[in-house]
Design a protein around this ligand. Structure first.
Ligand SMILES: N[C@@H](CCC(=O)N[C@@H](CS)C(=O)NCC(=O)O)C(=O)O
Length: 212
């Protein structure tokens, strides 16, 4: 059986969610939140030190969305919009938007938030990065708000990996600090996604959706 290297509240949420949707399971190895970058055993598996990672025999996959795609394809799941479906280009667009566009400013904010032993000058620079990332996030969220007009899900009239991709940054954006950045459609969509997950008990860690 494949092994998923996981840490709670990380992008492994996407993988666990995909597993729930397709009704599959994997072995899950949970790592401490930090300092995994110094854990030689994990660095031997993924020299980049990032999570999640999926090891399946000789195959190692290190991108959360590539792991989701791999698992869904193996199960013939319609979470993937097939190349011959009309909205395939939109599927790829929103799949990538979740990580490359919406998550990117959130990651920048998380990264500068972890800097320790700050001088006042550093704090000034950090505050500027945080303000810029927040502005960028609010602009990027507008595209999502527009796309959700008249739609329950992002593409193909059904739940797909594009929703699971975007669901991860939206989970973070459910925290009160970000509440004002999401429009009404995006907030309702986030609640729909939270309600979407199967309630069947599975031998997998909880998805850990943030409460708002
Ligand atoms: N694009 C990658 C990003 C992976 C990533 O940056 N994961 C975070 C956790 S969610 C991480 O491990 N960061 C390194 C660290 O914080 O030590 C993916 O989607 O899997």
């Amino acid at each position: 059986m494949a092994t998923l290297y996981h840490v709670p509240t990380s992008r492994s949420l996407r993988v666990l969610w995909t597993l729930e949707e397709i009704g599959a399971t994997v072995d899950v190895t949970s790592l401490g939140v930090r300092p995994r970058l110094q854990e030689p055993e994990y660095l031997a598996i993924n020299p980049a030190g990032t999570l999640p990672a999926l090891i399946d025999g000789d195959r190692a996959i290190y991108e959360s969305l590539a792991i989701c795609e791999y698992l869904a394809a193996r199960h013939g799941s319609d979470l993937i919009v097939a190349p011959d479906e009309p909205e395939r280009p939109e599927f790829v667009q929103w799949l990538l938007y979740g990580e490359a566009t919406l998550q990117a400013p959130l990651s920048a904010m998380a990264r500068v938030g972890r800097i320790r032993n700050k001088t006042p000058e550093m704090q000034t620079g950090i505050d500027a990065v945080l303000a810029d990332a927040r502005h960028s996030l609010s602009m990027r969220a507008k595209l999502l708000e527009q796309r959700l007009e008249g739609r329950d899900f992002l593409v193909a009239g059904r739940m797909t990996l594009a929703d699971i991709s975007v669901g991860y940054p939206l989970n973070t954006m459910g925290k009160p600090h970000f509440a004002s950045l999401l429009g009404p459609r995006a907030r309702a969509y986030r609640e729909r996604l939270r309600g979407q997950r199967s309630s069947a008990p599975r031998p997998l860690p909880s998805l850990g959706w943030a409460r708002n």
